[in-house]
Each structure stands twice: as C-alpha cells, then as structure tokens.
Design a protein around this ligand. Structure first.
Ligand code: CA
Length: 231
C-alpha cells in the first residue's frame, strides 16, 4: 500500500527551470564556459559545485577552484533571484489535492537551499507540507543523483521504499529516487526526450502535472502493484 508521495520541487511544484537555465547560461557566458542548450536540464538536481566542475572540465579540462565555485555560483543565484517569477507549476495544486484524496502523506525532497523555501511552500501550497517533512540542501551530505535525499524523505515520512512514490522531472532526480528503491513517476515538463527519463528507471511518465492529476489514482494503484520493469 502506498502511504506517501515525495515531490521534487523545481520543474514539478514550481515552473522555475527556465529561470535556472537562463541564470546558468548567463553566468557561464560571463566566464566563457562552454555548454550546450540542454546541458542544464541534464545537470538538473546536481549541486552548484558539481555543475561547475562539469562546465570547467568541458571547457578547460579541469575542475573549478573553490574561489571559482563560490563566485560563479553566487552570480548564478543572484541572476536567478532577479528573474524568477515564482510561478507555481500549472496542475501542481491539483496533483496535491489528488494525493490527499488518496490518503497520502505529502513531502518535498529538493536539492535547493533557499532559506525562504519553507515559508514559500506554505504560502503557495497551504497545509500540504509540514516543516519537518521537507528535505532541502541543508539536510543532506550528497545531492541527487545519490539516493540520500530520497532515503531521508522516506525516513521523514516514516515509510518503507515500497510504500512511497516519487514525482520527478529530471533524469538525475529519477536516478536518485530509483536508487533509493522508490517507484518513480516522471513528469516531463522540460525539453528532454521522454526516453532520457524512462532510461533512468521511471515507472510511469506524464507530460505535465494536469495529466498526472488525471491519472493519479491509477498511477498509485500501479505503483502499489509494483508496476515497473525494475522491481
Ligand atoms: Ca526538478
């Protein structure tokens, strides 16, 4: 029986990925770091340090120094804060209502480390996410794609892996959740091909949160039945 739904945040609850991508692109341009347009969707979920190591290796064949990481990441965050409009993902509220109607506990598992995040979640999704049921960058040692954030989500929910589902939009987020042994529903809200998410082990895939809301109850039944090639 499924008892909890663990929600990723950026690209699932908030329509924030286009702003993250623009912020990363502008910060990278300033430092002449090379990237492909879809790189930042492929890197989504990684820590800032890890993303910068990839960009530096791609451009200069070496990791970024600690100073470079601190300075460039600070700029990326400043750009993001300036342009982000905070839009809730269309359909997200509907999905949360369905989850509650199915009797599920709802949690957030994000790699984000904004200090205002908990207040913002409470304002935008009132009554959905208790403070002690939010996993952020401050709670974990390893970010996604390591399973740690989702394992901590299970612990905070007080459930086993087979009693939970994860809702994720990013390839590395799916990898993290699947590595934690949790049935993962991909919502492909970005530009990557579906195959990238399915290849990471997503058990089901929807193209937006409205579609997931429509298919939510049947998805939970499939998850409970172990509907996946992996388990
Ligand atoms: Ca995400």
């Amino acid at each position: 029986m499924i008892k909890a739904a663990l929600f990723d945040m950026d690209g699932v609850l908030y329509n924030s990925m286009p702003f993250h991508v623009r912020a990363w692109s502008e910060a990278s341009d300033k430092y002449n770091l090379r990237y492909e347009p879809e790189d930042f969707y492929m890197y989504e979920g990684r820590t800032g340090d890890s993303t910068l190591d990839l960009l530096f290796n791609h451009t200069l064949g070496r990791d970024a120094t600690e100073d470079e990481k601190r300075n460039i990441y600070r700029e990326k965050v400043a750009i993001f804060d300036e342009i982000n409009n905070g839009e809730v993902m269309p359909g997200a509220t509907e999905v949360l209502q369905r989850a509650k109607a199915c009797g599920l506990d709802t949690l957030v598992v994000t790699g984000s480390g904004q200090h205002t995040l908990i207040d913002k979640l409470n304002k935008d999704f009132p009554g959905c996410f208790l403070r002690e049921k939010i996993v952020t960058a401050f709670d974990v040692q390893y970010g996604k794609p390591h399973p740690e954030p989702y394992l901590m989500g299970l612990e905070k929910a007080g459930v086993q892996a087979h009693e939970a589902v994860v809702i994720e939009n990013a390839p590395l987020g799916v990898r993290s959740a699947v590595a934690a042994g949790i049935f993962t529903i991909a919502v492909n809200t970005g530009p990557l091909p579906d195959k990238v998410l399915l290849d990471e082990g997503a058990g089901l895939l929807f193209h937006d949160m409205h579609a997931l809301a429509q298919g939510f109850a049947s998805s939970i039944r499939k998850a409970a039945g172990g509907y996946s090639k992996l388990f």
